[in-house]
Each structure stands twice: as C-alpha cells, then as structure tokens.
Ligand binder design. Structure first.
Ligand SMILES: [Zn+2]
Ligand SMILES: [Zn+2]
Length: 308
C-alpha cells in the first residue's frame, strides 16, 4: 500500500513538473547539481597555491555552496511542503555553525591530529599520491571517505545504540539544503570520521573532494526540482535516492540508499533502491526540537529515571 501511495505521489509530481515549464528548461535545471560540482572542482583545480593556502578559502567555499543551493530552493522548488521557513532556517544554520565550529574542532583534535602524528611515527609516507592527475585524486578522496561513511551509516541503521544517535536526523519532517548538517552531536562526530589524514594527497585535491561532497550531499537533501541525468545519478546520490531513505511511508525503504554522496556503493553492496518520497520523517512525523535531538539517545534512560 505504502508503495502505491508513494508511486502515485511520484507520478503526480512528475506530472506537475512537466506542467511547470518547458522541458528544455527542466533539463537545464536537472543539470544544476553536475554543473555546480564541475564548477567547484574546476575552482580548486585552477586556484593558485596562495588561494588554496589561505585558511578561510575552504570554509567560505563550503558556506557559499550551501547558500547557493538554499537560494536555488527558492527559485526551483520541488515540494511546497518542504518550503523553508524561519524556524527551519535558523535551526539549520545553527547546525551548520555547530558542525564547522564544535564538531570540526573535535574531529581535528581527537582524530585528524593524532592520526597525523601516528602517520609520522610509523613513517607512513605516500607523496606519490600528489603526483596523480588532479581529478583522479579528488575521486580517490571522495571514494575513501564515502566508503567509510557508507558502512558507518549502514551500521547506524542496524545497531540500536548507533541508531539512537542517527534517529534524530530521520525525524526531520522536510528536506532542505542544510539538512545534512542536522542531527545528534554524537552522530555528527561519528559520521565525520575518516582515515584520509593518513594519506598525502595534494591539498587542493583534498579540498576539492570536501567541497564536492558538500555539493552532492547538499543537493541530495535540498528542496530543488533537479533530477540529474543517469551519468550523474548512477554514481552520485540525488534527492530522489535520499528522500526515499528519509521516507515516512515505509520502514524497508529507509533501509536503502545509505550513500551520503556515492550511491554507487549501494548498487555494489545491494542496498540500492529506485524511487523517491515527498513524505519524510520518523514514526508519527513529529518534528523534534534541538533539545530533543540532543537528548534522544538518552531519552529511554531519562524516562526510566524520572519514573523512579
Ligand atoms: Zn539514515
Ligand atoms: Zn539525510
């Protein structure tokens, strides 16, 4: 039943989309994610070393990507029900700031820097990586980080203690450009982990990879009417894949499409499912406050304690 409801919603949506404008215009909108991705990779590929070395270039790029995609929602809206409002926007911006500030600092202090020291101590050196073609390096970094994220995300859906940290992200009731940043702090920390600090990739390629994942995963959460062509969506996650992962209509459908940016891993490991969903959320689809999102993993224990 849930499948048919979703199917009908999808067909209606496709119908609406064809009414919205000239097919040529829609085809151009569909190219927005790949064009943004190409622009970002080209920026880092051609940026002078002094620009790459400036400490604020990467964060400004990351914020610029999110602002751009958030603005695209206003022009090329996908679902009126997902339209951003002040409360959603402020919550999302809080999480973006929290992610860059606190989670970024924690990851750097607790993981990246110790890994870098371990690498020095063990004498691991891979300077030859930086001699590979720029785009190949970018792809390697994306695949390396996303491989870990795929399994971490899948594990989060299959082991209760981890699910309790990830569930708040599934309680969001609408999708928007910055929603990828919304979740319980423990989850946000866990999903930021990677072993990329053990490798000597070129700095610009590393930054291009981070920015690329920002573009792909922001579009995969965004209320933008873009359905990229198959040469993009076969490899990279789109809003269709990820909205199905967030569906409130079928438990089974949330157990697919784990790839944050690289949907290819789902195709390889048998968790890929085609489709999309406009109705997103968890359980009774009640929106959680930031406090509820933060206390979520401990709520059962807190309730038990309150009862005495
Ligand atoms: Zn999930
Ligand atoms: Zn998500």
């Amino acid at each position: 039943m849930a499948y048919f409801t979703r199917r009908i919603a999808y067909l209606e949506d496709v119908g609406l989309q064809s009414d919205r404008g000239h097919p040529m215009k829609q085809r151009l909108i569909d190219l927005l994610p790949p064009a943004t991705l190409a622009g970002v990779v080209a920026f880092w590929g051609f940026a002078p070393q002094s620009v790459v070395d400036t400490w604020w270039t990467l964060p400004v790029m990351a914020l610029g990507i999110m602002a751009f995609i958030q603005c695209a929602e206003l022009v090329f809206e996908r679902h009126a029900g997902w339209r951003i409002n002040t409360r959603e926007l402020l919550t999302d911006m809080f999480y973006v700031a929290f992610g860059f500030g606190v989670i970024g600092w924690l990851t750097e202090t607790l993981v990246e820097s110790p890994l870098g020291q371990l690498k020095e101590a063990l004498g691991i050196a891979t300077p030859w990586l930086a001699t590979w073609p720029f785009v190949v390096q970018v792809a390697c970094v994306v695949l390396l980080i996303e491989f870990g994220q795929y399994w971490m995300h899948r594990w989060m859906h299959n082991w209760t203690p981890l699910w309790l940290t990830h569930a708040p992200h599934h309680h969001i009731t609408q999708l928007n450009a910055m929603k990828g940043a919304v979740g319980n702090p423990i989850e946000l920390f866990l999903i930021s982990l990677s072993v990329v600090a053990l490798f000597d990739f070129d700095k610009a390629a590393l930054f291009a990879a981070f920015s690329s994942m920002g573009v792909i995963s922001s579009f995969a959460h965004a209320n933008v009417r873009a359905n990229p062509p198959i040469w993009y969506s076969f490899f990279l996650t789109t809003i269709r894949h990820h909205s199905l992962h967030h569906t409130a209509l079928s438990y089974e459908d949330t157990r697919c499409n784990y790839g944050n940016s690289v949907i290819l891993f789902d195709r390889i490991f048998g968790t890929y499912k085609d489709g999309e969903s406009e109705v997103v959320g968890q359980d009774d689809r009640r929106r959680l406050s930031i406090k509820e999102q933060w206390l979520f993993p401990f709520q059962g224990w807190l309730d038990k304690r309150a009862k005495g």
